[in-house]
Design a protein around this ligand. Structure first.
Ligand SMILES: *Cc1c(COP(=O)(O)O)cnc(C)c1O
Length: 414
C-alpha cells in the first residue's frame, strides 16, 4: 500500500468485506479531489460559498491582543453554516458520494454535531441519510436529534453496549459492509482507514489556506504561532495543512486535559482525552495511531467536559507530526477551558464551543511565549453548550463566570 502512511501511523485495518469500498473511495479521492475531475472541487467551492458562507473572516481580536500583549487573530469557523467547521467535510463527502453515483449516506455521531452537519449536507444535495447514534447519546442530545430529523434524516438508536459513539461506529460499519455498492459512509474527522484521514484533511484544509492568504494580505507576513483544539483533529489538520512547510510557524494542538492527566491503566479509565499527550500506540477504527488503552489493549473510556473532544483516538497524521516535533500537543483541563469560555464571551463577544474554548485556555497559559502574532481557529460557536457551561460553572464556583444566581430556584414562590 503506498498512500495513507504517516511514519509508523495510519494504514487500513479493515475487514475484507470493506476493502472494495475503501479502494473505490481511494480512487474517487484521487480523481475528483486531487485532480478536480468533472470540476468537482469547483462545484464544492461554489457550494461552500453560497450554502456554507465561505470564506470565513480572519478577525483581529482587540481585547485578547491587549491582554496577552501579542497580536491575536481569530479564524472564524464558528460563522460557517451550522456553527462549526464540520460542514466543510460533510458537504465535501456527500458531494463526492454523489459524483461516485452513490444513492445513500450513512454516518455515526456521538454528540450529534457531525450527524447534524451531515444531514444538512444531505438535505442540500437531496441525498437520503441515516445516522446511527448510541441510545444514551440520543437521550442526552435531544436538540441535535431534532435537527437531524428536521433535515429529513432518519436517526437510528443503537442499543448495544453502553449506547455511545463506540457502539454507533460498530453499527455503521456493519451497515456499510452490507451496503457498499449503494452507500457512502461519511466519517467526521481525520481518523479511520486510509483514505479518510487524507480526504477529511483536504476538505478541511480550506481553513488554513484561507487563513494563510488572509495573513499575508492583512499583515504582509506569516504568524509566529497557529493554534487549534484537537479531538480527532480535523479542524487542527485543516488549519495546519497550509502552514506545514513554513518552518517559522509553530503549530500547537490543544487537547482535552479533562479532570487529570493521571491515567490508571489497570482500572481502564482515562480522566482525559489528551490522546497525543497521554496515549500509547495502537489500532483504533481502522488506523494505527495514538490511543487511550489499558494494559490489555482495550480502549478506555475517556473524559472531557466537551463532548466533541471526548474521543480515545486521534488522527494518525497528528500522531506523526507530534512525534516528529512539527507540532506541540498541550493539554488544557476542563476548568481552564470553562474559564476561557467565559473570558472569550466577555472580552470578545464570541461565545465559543467548549471544544474551541480549550484553544483559548492554552492562550491564557502560554500567551507569553507564542511570539508576536498568533492565529487561533474558532472551530465552533457555543450555543449548543450553554446548559452544560452554566451547570459546570455553578458546580465549580468559577470566578470567571458571571453571577448566575438569578437561576437559583429558592425564590419563595415567585
Ligand atoms: C467536533 C468538534 C471539534 C473536534 O473535532 P476535530 O475533528 O478535532 O476538529 C472541535 N470543535 C468543534 C466546534 C466541534 O464541533
Amino acid at each position: 500500500m503506498s498512500g495513507g502512511q504517516y511514519g509508523r501511523f495510519g494504514g487500513q485495518y479493515v475487514p475484507e468485506a470493506l476493502m472494495p469500498a475503501i479502494d473505490e473511495l481511494t480512487d474517487a479521492y484521487q480523481r475528483y479531489v486531487l485532480e478536480n475531475e468533472a470540476g468537482f472541487m469547483d462545484d464544492l467551492a461554489e457550494r461552500l460559498e453560497t450554502f456554507g458562507g465561505r470564506p470565513t473572516p480572519l478577525q483581529y481580536a482587540d481585547q485578547l491582543s491587549d491582554r496577552y500583549d501579542i497580536d491575536v487573530y481569530l479564524k472564524r469557523e464558528d460563522l460557517l453554516h451550522g456553527g462549526a467547521h464540520k460542514l466543510n467535510n460533510a458537504l465535501g463527502q456527500v458531494l463526492l458520494a454523489r459524483y461516485m453515483g452513490k444513492e445513500r449516506i450513512i454516518a455515526e455521531t456521538g454528540a450529534g454535531q457531525h450527524g447534524t452537519a451531515t444531514t444538512m449536507a444531505c438535505a442540500h444535495l437531496g441525498m437520503p441519510c441515516e445516522v446511527y447514534m448510541g441510545r444514551r447519546d440520543v437521550n442526552r442530545q435531544r436538540p441535535n436529534v431534532f435537527r437531524m430529523r428536521l433535515n429529513g434524516a432518519s436517526v437510528t438508536p443503537v442499543d448495544i453496549g453502553r449506547g455511545t459513539l463506540k457502539e454507533a461506529i460498530s453499527e455503521t460499519m456493519r451497515d456499510w459492509a452490507g451496503s457498499v455498492e449503494t452507500t457512502h459512509y461519511v466519517i467526521g474527522s481525520v481518523v479511520g482507514p486510509h483514505p479518510y484521514p487524507d480526504l477529511v484533511r483536504e476538505f478541511q484544509s480550506v481553513i488554513g489556506s484561507e487563513a494563510r492568504d488572509q495573513c499575508l494580505e492583512k499583515l504582509g507576513e506569516l504568524p509566529d504561532a497557529v493554534v487549534a483544539c484537537a479531538g480527532g483533529g480535523s479542524n487542527a489538520m485543516g488549519t495546519y495543512d497550509a502552514f506545514l512547510e513554513d518552518e517559522s510557524v509553530d503549530l500547537y494542538a490543544v487537547e482535552a486535559g479533562g479532570d487529570s492527566l493521571e491515567i490508571d491503566r489497570e482500572a481502564g479509565v482515562a480522566p482525559n482525552s489528551a490522546t497525543l499527550s497521554t496515549g500509547t500506540e495502537g489500532v483504533l477504527h481502522g488506523s494505527r495511531t495514538k490511543v487511550l488503552q489499558d494494559d490489555d489493549g482495550q480502549i478506555m473510556e475517556s473524559h472531557s467536559v466537551s463532548s466533541g473532544l471526548d474521543y480515545a483516538g486521534v488522527g494518525p497524521e497528528l500522531a506523526h507530526l507530534a512525534e516528529e516535533g512539527r507540532l506541540a500537543a498541550t493539554p488544557v483541563d476542563d476548568e481552564a477551558a470553562l474559564a476561557a469560555f467565559h473570558r472569550l464571551s466577555q472580552l470578545e463577544g464570541i461565545i465559543p464551543a467548549l471544544e474551541t474554548a480549550h484553544a483559548f485556555g492554552f492562550l491564557e497559559e502560554r500567551g507569553d511565549d507564542l511570539g508576536d502574532t498568533a492565529v487561533i481557529t474558532v472551530s465552533g460557536r457555543g450555543d449548543k453548550d450553554l446548559e452544560s457551561v452554566i451547570e459546570e460553572s455553578f458546580k465549580r464556583d468559577l470566578p470567571e463566570a458571571p453571577d448566575l444566581s438569578l437561576f437559583t430556584t429558592d425564590q419563595g414562590g415567585r
